[in-house]
Design a binder for this molecule. Structure first.
Ligand code: SAH
Length: 489
């Protein structure tokens, strides 16, 4: 049921970096039933589209030509009339050279209600990521957004005389890569000092950002010489001269790196944030999902002396299953508890359970070795784990004649995903994420992607999958994993 009258949301996706999508934009996007998106929407934002949504890419249409504007409007109207929540996702801000106004008029004519969610426009964000403040008290007291899009090789009607006379201003030319020569020529012809600082920022805010700082007279030739392509922002004004000293972005350890985080969505947040803090462009591409096995039957715990958990999901599953069968943790009163590593340990601690044993090295092998030395002949162990858990553990327990049972409390499902072909790295926090990634991305050349693995088992799986550049964290925790990504750089 649609509880609101709104049928279409025009959402600004920001300039590329998913972190620049607004809170409202994200909220609306995550609840969309249909998403109609453009070529310039960043991959990290696209990754936030709900799996169940109908996705319409209007940025390309049988090859490289975009879907014509009228047809896009008809697509919006068609889905809105089917009473679906439609999000129209546009690069930057929908009303800054985004034809958002035209789409609103078309919706209005069709009697369809809409909401506008403004976005961070590339004219402000791309310079910011290049260390250029678009206004500055000393050198820029106004800024001007100008389209330099040439319809048939000719510039639009721009009042170059007025622009050239402005003092203390910043000019931002959108869609100007092709026409930079004409634009700069006209500015100089109209009286602008040819040595006025100028800049071009290509694919601003993404890991592939490039910037060139120059002067109005040389900008066009620099654009050619460096093979700058659209999308790129052209900036003319004194503030361009601040870029080198204020460039904060290129100092970050992972700037310029596009990295996929493959762990399940609910667990990805912290790792993604840590990588973003270091300047990486992070794509959350969860390739597995865990599902509790609701008909798993928990045994009588007093038949056991030890419990072992190999993941946070195992802990969550235990508490879910206890609740579903109207039982509670007092049954665990005499049982010792072991956990594979710190995160699992913390998950137990949060639920009021103290861990009696955790190995130094956070992996299945070390957990099994440790337990083998702690559990005596009269004791019995219960492992609560995934349906397809690693057999390494069992081998070691068997070898040491440990009496144990295992209960599968959750299963892992592979998800489909759309990985871009310009990924630099992928982070794997388990062997199962490697397997799932490999299965989902058959077409990717894994030789080009550095694989950052949490531990030995994950790394061997990466090798089996065909990765050749493999980096392993010193310790199985997020800090060490992030460090491994920095080392891989
Ligand atoms: N609505 C968008 C602009 C669409 S017009 C906005 O508010 O940003 C398309 C032009 O925007 C491109 O030709 C380029 O000049 C600029 N642009 C979009 N994304 C950009 C990016 N990541 N870096 C630099 N320029 C970008």
């Amino acid at each position: 049921m649609n509880y609101s009258n709104t049928q279409v949301w025009l959402v600004g996706a920001g300039p590329g970096d998913a972190g620049l999508l607004t809170l409202r934009g994200r909220e609306v996007l995550e609840n969309a039933q249909v998403v109609v998106y453009d070529r310039l929407v960043g991959a990290g934002v696209l990754a936030l589209m709900p799996e169940s949504a109908i996705k319409v890419d209007v940025g390309k249409n049988s090859g490289t030509h975009p879907v014509p504007q009228r047809e896009i409007e008809n697509i919006l109207i068609k889905y809105a009339r089917e009473n679906l929540r439609v999000v129209r996702l546009k690069g930057g801000d929908p009303f800054v050279f985004g034809r958002g106004g035209e789409e609103c008029e078309a919706l209005l004519n069709a009697n369809i209600n809409f909401e506008i969610v403004p976005g961070v426009t590339s004219g402000v964000a791309a310079p910011a990521y290049a260390g250029i403040p678009v206004t500055h008290r000393n050198s820029a007291s106004s800024l001007h957004f100008i389209t330099a899009h040439a319809k048939t090789g000719e510039l639009p009607d721009i009042n170059f005389d007025a622009l050239a006379k402005l003092k203390n201003s910043t000019l931002l030319f959108y869609m100007g890569v092709e026409t930079a020569g004409l634009v700069c020529g006209q500015l100089i012809k109209s009286g602008m000092d040819e040595n006025t600082p100028a800049a071009v920022i290509e694919r601003g805010t993404t890991s592939k950002q490039r910037k060139i700082i120059s002067r109005v007279k040389d900008l066009a030739s620099e654009i050619k010489a460096n093979n700058i392509k659209s999308p790129a922002m052209i900036l003319v004004g004194e503030v361009a001269g601040l870029s080198d000293s204020l460039d904060w972005r290129s100092k970050l350890k992972l700037s310029g790196v596009k990295i996929a985080v493959t762990r399940p969505k609910v667990r990805a947040g912290k790792l993604s944030r840590m990588l973003r803090d270091l300047g990486a462009e992070v794509l959350e591409l969860p390739c597995i999902e865990t599902e509790i096995i609701h008909d798993a039957v928990l045994p009588e715990f007093n038949n056991y002396n030890w419990l072992a958990f190999t993941s946070i999901t195992g802990v969550e599953a235990l508490f879910n299953l206890l609740a579903e069968s109207a039982r509670d943790i007092r049954e665990l009163i005499n049982i010792k508890i072991s956990a594979i590593g710190k995160a699992t340990c913390d998950a137990l601690r949060e639920r009021g359970l103290k861990v009696d044993y955790m190995p130094e090295v956070y992996d299945g092998e070390s957990l099994a070795q440790g337990l083998a030395s702690l559990i005596n002949k009269s004791e019995k162990l219960l492992m609560l784990r995934a349906e397809t858990g690693s057999r390494e553990l069992n081998k070691i327990l068997d070898l040491n004649n440990i009496n144990y049972d295992e209960l599968a409390v959750y299963k892992t499902k592979y998800l489909k995903l759309d990985a871009p072909d310009d990924l630099d790295m992928a982070v794997f926090t388990s062997a199962s994420t490697v397997k799932a990634f490999k299965a989902a991305c058959e077409d990717l050349n894994l030789n080009n992607i550095k694989s950052i693995c949490i531990g030995k088992q994950t790394a061997s799986e990466a090798e089996r999958a065909g990765f050749t550049k493999i980096y392993v964290a010193n310790k199985a925790d997020l800090n060490s994993l992030v460090q491994a990504a920095c080392d891989a750089r």
